[in-house]
Design a protein around this ligand. Structure first.
Ligand SMILES: [Zn+2]
Length: 386
């Protein structure tokens, strides 16, 4: 899914010619003016060639124009789409921000796992902070992920991102973003309580929001790429703190199903380890291959096994590989979803249920480990990137 180049864009209207790079960069008539956007791509400011601001616009979360000022004019506004008389033209449909609804019904049937998507009139499932809808069909997110296809010239095929798949990934990333923000804020509050410096306290007590937390940990959006070729032994692979590849041998419907969120979260566990390792390396200037999570898991008997996970393989956790990196990635799933082995129903002293109790204890160990270390690692990563 190429959200920029896959969509029709106007090169010229009656008033202006437009210049595109990755996005609409400028408009030209008698003078050249440049667009400045925000996280959703909405046109917020226009500058002239000297950099002076000649137009400013603000929007409420659904795209209603809250204010405009300046001498310049533009036909583009909320989410950088063509706008006229309060209507936003999203190609297959027209969106009316004042009501938060489209003027015609959705052609996508929706997904029963996401009840709000069944409403054929809502704009982005009532969640304009997390989603934009450049095709006017179903929600396509832009906040946490970027979605790329890898067209295979030889086989003339490509496992291509559908809106449902992108929705699954973005929902998982939204959960992860909330987990990061909560962990960061908890750790900041803990450090403040240990410090007596009022200035430091004021800085640290400024809470971070999920969007910022996610972007700080990963250094921006994470790119998800569907590869046209298969890989031996795995379906997904963390390439860097900002990149995940999926392979064509991944079961066809996995990423459009609810369980796909856990698969994505597992890969994000590897990606998180990459992000923290990158920060950690710069922190110490030593051992570039150092993987703190993996090493701690590998050397701790209560963690270095597959006991204590809730559900079964391919349910709450993902990998059945017992290498420490895979165990950490699955512990990341347990941490994000806050789901571990069930509490024991029999006394811990009862040997007949030893295995069940051990699972409980290992589940407890795993969750305690994640609750203790994740806030510290997230805090360090974000502070390092601030
Ligand atoms: Zn893995």
């Amino acid at each position: 899914m190429d959200l920029n180049t896959g969509l029709t864009q106007a090169l010229s209207d009656r008033t202006n010619n437009y210049i595109y790079g990755l996005d609409r960069i400028a408009q030209m008539n008698t003078a050249t003016e440049y667009f400045l956007g925000d996280a959703l791509g909405s046109v917020r400011q226009i500058t002239n060639t000297t950099g002076a601001i000649t137009y400013a616009s603000a929007y409420d979360p659904y795209g209603v124009v809250a204010s405009t000022s300046g001498s310049s004019q533009t036909s583009y506004g909320y989410t950088n789409e063509y706008t006229s008389q309060g209507l936003i033209y999203l190609r297959s449909r027209v969106y009316f921000p004042e009501s938060g609804r489209f003027t015609t019904k959705d052609t996508w049937e929706g997904d029963v796992n996401y009840p709000l998507s069944l409403n054929k009139w809502n704009y982005v499932e009532g969640n304009p902070i997390n989603f934009v809808d450049p095709k006017g069909r179903s929600s396509v997110s832009l906040n946490f992920g970027t979605y790329e296809d890898d067209y295979d010239d030889k086989h003339r095929s490509v496992p291509h991102w559908t809106n449902k798949e992108a929705y699954t990934v973005e929902t998982a990333l939204g959960r992860i973003a909330w987990a990061y923000a909560n962990a960061y804020n908890k750790e900041a509050a803990r450090r403040v309580s240990e410090e007596c410096d009022p200035i430091l306290n004021a800085v640290l007590l400024e809470k971070i929001d999920p969007f910022t937390a996610f972007h700080k940990v990963h250094g921006g959006r994470v790119t998800f790429k569907w590869n046209s070729f298969g890989a031996n032994g795995y379906w997904g692979r963390a390439i860097s703190p900002q990149k995940v590849w999926f392979y064509s041998n991944t079961p066809k419907d996995l990423l459009s199903s609810y369980i796909g969120q856990r698969f994505v979260t597992h890969e994000m566990g590897h990606v998180f380890e990459n992000a923290y390792s990158e920060v950690y390396q710069q922190y110490t200037g030593t051992d570039k291959e150092y993987k703190p999570a993996r090493n701690l898991v590998a050397t701790n008997n209560n963690l270095n096994n597959r006991n204590g996970f809730a559900g079964v393989f391919l349910d709450w956790q993902w990998s059945n590989d017992s290498s420490s990196g895979e165990i950490f990635a699955d512990m990341f799933v347990g941490w994000v979803f806050n789901s571990w082995a069930l509490s024991p129903t029999v006394p811990l002293s009862d040997n007949r249920y030893k295995q069940q109790n051990e699972n409980y204890l290992f589940g407890l160990s795993k969750s305690e480990f994640m609750m203790e270390y994740m806030p510290i690692w997230i805090y360090d990563t974000i502070q390092h990137r601030l």
